[in-house]
Design a protein around this ligand. Structure first.
Ligand code: GLC
Length: 536
């Protein structure tokens, strides 16, 4: 097993962070749902993989109407997953192995089962309890029309973002009706979240992921979107920066770090969240959405590095997460980018091609300067699964009127043991989402024994990654369709995205390859290598 790594104050600048979707990671008690016992039992696997930190998607008490992003109590673990005492043990045990913990805070909304919303519902119109949310009378005769024209934040959803209560008032929910939005202009909302941050930092967590981080602040008049695009009534409002400055002061008391879920197309607006007194890092969705194309990827990398440099924040490199199509599938399609609006049933996929590219992309992202996020199962090369219609649970599916397959296809319970029931996910009942035929072929135990597996590639790459050091990236001359760069003197990454083999642009000793070179020593299409090239 890997040895614990020494602590480093700036660990997050170059960390490999593994996202755990608890419900689907490993089922310790046999009820078909992943849990903390399952994670604790697999900590040695994660240590051997070599990751620096675990990001847990919400593990709090939740009716699970949106996979846990509908939180009923931010200070308690959902009983299906375990207890707070167990979470504390898990945080400590992981730390013993040199692995830090990041929790996921959902500040934009709560579950409709949260005590605040239950109280607001009961207290009625005009009550102080309702001021913690966005309650409004409707428009039109008898207030029968929603208070404004805002669209759902589930792309493709045709459903309204307002729900009317029997007493006639409407409440705002950018996501499902079970996720009422909080009123961030209210001091009690701000105070509560700072207390929640302290609660988790006190329990030893090293960082916090901030869900929907650019959506919290709302225009006080909740004006129609049609009234004018700027400033947007609920995306990326300037008031938010004040919120994150006070959060940063809390985090600094504990040496804690933030990673924001900030989906913004404008690089300059995005970087504002990363100023030195705000968030430490944010997810790089431009890289995640980028097609498998040398020029586009190089441009995405350059833009990312350029937008982070002025604020001194490290970049992050993300290929997938619990919301998007799995990498091996996305790269095997005609459209290799990611766009929520383009998701459809039955998209033709060449999985062998996608897997080859996913291997090369792993070497690309792990060689770049900054932190890398790895979503559970990515290290196994899992593809997106087709979920039978009657088993789909993700609200995105229903809210799109059934046209969007939803996000369950990337949330299927992991295969651990090839010849165990449910591919070793758990000892008892059927997993909460069905595993597709052939899932056992991806099992971790089989891959651990195979030096050519995706798992073996990730293990070796993560172990070798420190060779790239902390230096910035320098592009090397390379043929069209080939990306080549160096960072630490003498260490080079080359990726061939062209449709024919390419000569290696520099001579060097092969450290690691995503696939074999051809008989003439050339780099085949959709293949990446790391080289030791002394003299560079
Ligand atoms: C974030 C989460 C997603 C969730 C949404 C609403 O985008 O990643 O899973 O549905 O926020 O909380």
């Amino acid at each position: 097993m890997a040895q614990p790594r020494p602590a480093s104050a700036q660990w997050w600048r170059s960390a490999v962070i593994y996202q755990v979707y608890v419900r689907s990671f490993a089922d310790g008690d046999g009820d078909g749902t992943g849990d903390l016992a399952g994670v604790r039992a697999r900590l040695p696997y994660l240590a051997e993989l070599g990751v620096d930190a675990l990001w847990f998607t919400p593990w709090y008490v939740s009716p699970l109407k949106d996979g846990g992003y509908d939180v009923a109590d931010y200070r308690a673990i959902d009983p299906a997953f375990g207890t707070l005492a167990e979470a504390e043990k898990l945080i400590a045990e992981a730390r013993e192995l040199g692995i830090r913990t990041i929790v996921d805070i959902v500040p934009n909304h709560v579950s409709d089962q949260h005590s605040w919303f239950r109280a607001a519902r009961a207290a009625g119109p005009g009550s102080p309890e309702r001021e913690l949310f966005h309650f409004r009378p409707g428009r039109g005769p008898d207030g029968a029309l929603p208070p404004n024209d805002w669209p759902s934040q589930f792309v493709g959803s045709t459903e309204p973002v307002w729900t009317r209560l029997p007493d006639g008032e409407w409440y705002l929910h950018l996501f499902t009706p079970e996720q009422p939005d909080l009123n961030w202009a209210h001091p009690v909302v701000r105070q509560e979240h700072e207390d929640i941050l302290r609660f988790w930092f006190e329990r030893g967590v090293a960082g916090v992921r901030i869900d929907s981080a650019a959506l919290l602040a709302k225009d006080p008049d909740l004006t129609d979107l049609a009234d004018g695009p700027e400033p947007h009534p609920f995306v990326d409002r300037d008031e938010l920066h004040d919120v994150y400055r006070s959060w940063r002061a809390v985090a600094d008391d504990y040496d804690g770090v933030f990673v924001g879920e900030v989906w913004l197309p404008d690089a300059e607006r995005f970087a504002r969240y990363l100023r030195p007194d705000e968030l430490h890092t944010a997810f790089n969705f431009s890289f995640l959405s980028c097609p498998w194309d040398a020029e586009r990827l190089r441009e995405s990398i350059d833009t990312t590095l350029a937008e982070h440099a002025p604020v001194g924040a490290p970049a992050t490199w993300v290929l997938c997460n619990h919301d998007v199509t799995r990498t091996a599938t996305r790269y095997g399609r005609a459209d290799t980018g990611f766009d929520f609006a383009a998701k459809a049933f039955g998209t033709p996929t060449d999985l062998a091609l996608g897997a080859r590219r996913a291997r090369a992309a792993a070497l690309l992202s792990l060689a770049l300067p900054g932190a890398v996020y790895l979503y559970q199962g990515e290290e196994l090369g899992l593809p997106e699964a087709d979920i039978p219609l009657d088993r789909i649970q993700d609200p995105m599916h229903a809210r799109s009127g059934g046209t969007d397959p939803g996000r369950d296809g990337c949330r299927v319970p992991l295969p651990w043991t090839a010849d165990a029931p449910h591919a070793g996910f758990g000892p008892g009942e059927e997993p909460w989402l069905p595993q597709p035929a052939g899932w056992a072929a991806y099992a971790a135990d089989g891959q651990a024994a195979d030096p050519d597996s995706m798992l073996a590639l990730y293990r070796r790459a993560i172990a070798l990654r420190p060779r790239f050091g902390q230096d910035p990236l320098t592009w090397l001359p390379a043929p069209d369709g080939v990306l080549a760069f160096t960072r630490a003197p003498g260490t080079v990454c080359v990726v061939n995205l062209a449709d024919r083999p390419a000569d290696l642009p520099v001579p060097g000793e092969l450290l690691l390859a995503s696939g074999p070179l051809d008989p003439r020593g050339r780099l085949p299409s959709d293949t990446a290598v790391w080289l030791r090239a002394p003299g560079l």
